[in-house]
Design a binder for this molecule. Structure first.
Ligand code: F6P
Length: 320
């Protein structure tokens, strides 16, 4: 009997549990034994491992977070940590390891794949959607919807009080989440790290809108743009309009996954097991132009995913 291991690593994302369920059930269906490593890479370094069966992953498709727990694991970047992980895979007889996580997890997965015979396959899951080679990551759609629901509520106060709101969303150094959220809440302004912004331009847009009778605004800002608190103060000073900052924070990372995130978890989990069944490793299951396919782990790690700037342009026109 061959063995597949599963690890969830880095920031949790809604749909990770659906992916654990999918990998476990598809792998069992194909005759693999399944092991779950707990607490991210810590699980491989410290041998925190437990068997997973189709029954033990019941009732988790709708749960946010990850039943395997996760960590950010600096130890995995040390030679000792990496060596322990390699030994752990060997001692547990793991033929294939499915790494469910984002780009940081994939960089560690790539380093691991260069040191072990275990076939390593990534399943992209992060609310940031910043994994190159896949159009979408598990959890992104849920985070977008969570943020949209919150901002729709903030919009009520913005309109009632005729205030300017900066709403800061997550995304680490990238603006995928901010762009999609901004477009779908009808934000007057979207600020992303990929497009350096001029504060003066922000003030002018707000003043022009006020002159047209639009005295409230939602500015969706990616956390990666820098100091949003200062920006809020500067806007108030320069436009004379009451301005507030609302940081959405970790609420965006949790919650029940949307149908879309669950669907992706099922498809990408299935693909990951298929790749291992075909005795391939060093790959990432991904979505490209509506097709579930795979890409080299190395390519994913060496590429920067481009942000579709057309979305920002569209959002601009739609917000006039
Ligand atoms: O990668 C997901 C994410 O939520 C980012 O959007 C954010 O910058 C980061 O994780 C926060 O990391 P931590 O959970 O370590 O505070």
């Amino acid at each position: 009997l061959k063995t597949i291991g599963i690890v969830t690593s880095g920031g949790d994302a809604p749909g990770m549990n659906a992916a654990i369920r999918a990998v476990t059930r598809i792998a069992s269906y194909r005759g693999f034994k399944v092991l779950g490593f707990e607490r991210g890479w810590e699980g491989l370094i410290s041998n925190f491992v437990r068997p997973l069966t189709p029954r033990s992953v019941s009732g988790i498709i709708q749960l946010g977070g990850t039943i395997l727990h996760t960590t950010r694991c600096p130890r995995m970047e040390t030679p000792e940590g990496m060596e322990k992980a390699v030994d752990c895979l060997a001692s547990n007889g793991v033929d294939g390891l499915v790494v469910i996580g984002g780009d940081g997890s994939f960089r560690a997965a790539l380093a691991l794949s260069e040191r072990t015979d275990t076939l390593i396959v990534g399943v992209p899951a992060t609310i940031d959607n910043d994994v190159a080679g896949t159009d979408e990551t598990i959890g992104f759609d849920t985070a977008v919807n969570t943020a949209v629901q919150e901002i729709d509520k903030i919009r009520d106060t913005a309109i009632s009080h005729e205030r300017i709101f900066i709403v800061e969303v997550m995304g680490r150094k990238r603006g995928f989440l901010a762009a999609m959220v901004g477009l779908t809440v009808g934000a007057e302004i979207i600020l992303v790290p990929e497009v350096p912004f001029k504060a003066e331009k922000v003030f002018n847009t707000i003043k022009d809108n006020a002159a047209k009778g639009k005295r409230s605004a939602i500015i969706v800002a990616a956390e990666g743009i820098g100091d949003t608190k200062k920006l809020a103060l500067d806007i108030e000073k320069n436009t004379g309009l009451e301005t507030r900052l609302s940081i959405l924070g970790y609420a965006q990372r949790g919650g029940s996954p949307t149908a879309r995130s669950r669907y992706l978890a099922g498809e990408l989990g299935n693909k990951a097991v298929e790749i291992i069944s075909e005795e391939n490793g060093g790959q990432v299951a991904c979505l490209q132009n509506g097709v579930i396919t795979s890409i080299d782990l190395k390519t994913t790690c060496s590429m920067e995913k481009p942000l579709d700037l057309r979305l920002l342009k569209l959002a601009d026109i739609l917000a006039t």
